[in-house]
Design a protein. Structure first.
Length: 102
């Protein structure tokens, strides 16, 4: 009798602990294959535009660093999408924002 009670408690505890592991990210919607390719294309286009704009402005110092940081942010979002990781919409929107030198 004690072993079956212990087994029941162990089963309930393991189920309660394992449930969050299998739940996955909350509030992050998966993109379809077409949405992924379109989003990646837009991000790559934005990265190219940033490189051109930095060259046209002859950006130096903090402004050049701001452009490099933004390009790294875009690269990160692209790699996460291509690796099948969930990417929140606000991360994509933030990557598309203009560069501000602080």
């Amino acid at each position: 009798m004690k072993s079956s009670a212990m087994f029941g408690i162990l089963l309930i505890a393991s189920t309660a602990l394992a449930t969050p592991v299998f739940a996955g990210p909350v509030g992050v919607q998966r993109l379809s294959a077409t949405q992924e390719s379109s989003t990646v294309g837009e991000l790559q286009s934005r990265k190219f535009q940033l490189a051109e704009k930095a060259d046209l402005q002859n950006a130096r110092g903090p402004l050049r660093i701001a452009y490099m940081v933004k390009q790294g942010q875009i690269d990160d979002v692209i790699s996460r999408i291509e690796n099948g990781q969930p990417v929140p919409a606000n991360a994509v929107n933030e990557a598309m924002q203009p560069v501000t030198a602080e």
